[in-house]
Write a protein that binds this ligand. Structure first.
Ligand code: AMP
Ligand code: GLY
Length: 425
């Protein structure tokens, strides 16, 4: 197959590495790709929001299969347009991508399908939201409805904070994303991520992970896209995974199929493991970043063939995903100032040295400047290693971090701490 991978981050670097190794992949292109992806794919300078450009490229280069990394092109309808032209694509149509694109859509779906999740109300005016707030205890969660690049969620610790969040969101602090807000019951428990492939009808579990969203050691400071992750997440026991498949994933896919908006692609479920069992926090319509990097680090099969099966209604006949039993752990190296104002242009050396211990350094936000690799984003590198325990994987990942020379970058030093502490017990 000729394959086009859409995206340019660490997630896509990890996907490109696996796709290029897949026996069923003949030629791999990436749009726009990044300096790390260049080792595995021919990178073409087409932006992820240039849907016309992406489609014209597929036609001109006899692309058989498109794998979409980020959510924005899916929400904008890239998968619909490719399928209309007979091109297989891994990723949901716009109507099904609403699972990520609209929190209210997902909450209503949970209500229709009796999927365990936090109690909620949807509000389209500030007055309505303020009135409905009375029905919730504090802390309470206020969310902008649409895509807000991970910034549209406020956990309000007081009534005043909740009112301020509603006012900010309704005033457009998150752009169009805030024209509607969702007020949610605050859930307590440990968070975990679960992944499942869907071909529209059939589903297949695709592993688990835990990430670290706060910028600082000990989970303090502002939220980020994720400062590190590991896989699998042992808190998600086989019994809990079975519950998640039966009570959350299968009803989601069945309901969307019954409503003529079948879901094709990966469901990334953010879960709260509450005393009353796993509950859905949110869905993403794509692989997580950096969760994908640790899943790919453990994957051992023909990824292109499996994702193609999911994209062509053939998942029922496909073998389950083959994952190494080792743990994988990734440490995000971010540019100084991230997440507010990341420093651009800092030089990076020592990648080959960092990888000499068996780890891999995925490029998340880099660029070439002559023969140098420089920082060109908030999250810059994902330093990834495996081990028989999370503790061993963590030790190897930080040994690789310490061989890197990236003076204007930083990382958390405690990725995996929950599991490392449990392993020490
Ligand atoms: P989301 O963007 O919906 O994943 O929310 C971001 C983060 O906010 C989640 O990872 C949780 O830590 C937290 N969060 C979201 N919704 C809730 C909720 N109903 N109860 C408790 N925490 C939540
Ligand atoms: N790391 C969380 C995400 O990809 O949304």
């Amino acid at each position: 197959m000729n394959i086009l991978l859409v995206g340019s981050g660490g997630r896509e670097h990890a996907l490109s590495w696996q796709l290029a190794q897949s026996p069923s992949c003949r030629k791999l292109y990436a749009a726009p790709g990044n300096p790390g992806i260049e080792a595995y794919a021919e990178c073409v300078a087409i932006a992820i929001d240039d849907l016309d450009g992406l489609i014209a490229f597929c036609t001109a280069h006899a692309i058989d299969f498109v794998v979409v990394g980020p959510e924005a092109p899916l929400v904008a309808g890239l998968a619909d347009r490719l399928r209309d032209r007979g091109i297989a694509v891994f990723g949901p149509a716009a109507a099904a991508a609403q699972l990520e694109g609209s929190k209210g859509f997902t909450k209503d779906l949970c209500a229709r399908a009796d999927i365990p999740t936090a109690a909620y109300v949807r509000c389209t005016s500030a007055d309505d939201a303020l009135a409905r707030l009375d029905g919730f205890t504090i802390p309470v969660v206020i969310k902008a409805d649409g895509l807000a690049a991970g910034k549209g969620v406020i956990i309000a610790e007081t009534r005043e904070e909740a009112e301020a969040a509603i006012a900010d969101m309704m005033r457009g602090a998150f752009g169009g994303a805030g024209a509607e807000v969702v007020i949610e019951e605050y859930m307590t428990g440990e968070e975990a991520s679960f992944f499942a492939l869907s071909d529209g009808t059939n589903v297949m579990a695709f592993g688990s992970a835990q990430d670290h969203k706060r910028v600082g050691d000990g989970d303090v400071g502002p939220n980020t896209g994720g400062m590190g992750a590991y896989s699998p997440a042992p808190v998600l026991t086989p019994d809990l995974e079975a519950q998640v498949m039966d009570r959350i994933i299968r009803p989601t896919v069945a309901t969307l199929a019954a409503e003529q908006t079948p879901y094709i692609g990966v469901l990334f479920a953010g879960l709260m493991l509450t005393d009353a069992g796993p509950k859905l926090i949110e869905y993403n319509a794509r692989f997580g970043d950096p969760e994908c990097q640790v899943l790919m680090m453990r994957y051992t099969g023909d990824l292109a063939a499996l994702l193609y099966a999911a994209s062509t209604g053939e998942l029922a006949g496909a073998a389950p995903p083959a994952f190494a039993s080792d743990y994988a752990l990734t440490v995000v190296m971010a540019a100084d100032g991230y997440p507010a104002t990341p420093a651009k242009g800092g030089a990076i050396h020592g990648i080959a040295d960092a990888e000499s211990g068996g780890g891999r350094v995925f490029h998340a936000g880099t660029a070439r400047a002559g023969d140098q690799i420089i920082a060109a984003g908030g999250r810059v590198l994902n330093v990834t290693a495996t081990g028989r325990t999370v503790t061993e994987a963590q030790g190897r990942a930080y040994a690789a971090v310490d061989r890197l020379d990236f003076a204007t970058g930083f990382c958390r030093r405690d990725i995996g701490w929950r599991e490392v502490a449990r392993e020490a017990e």
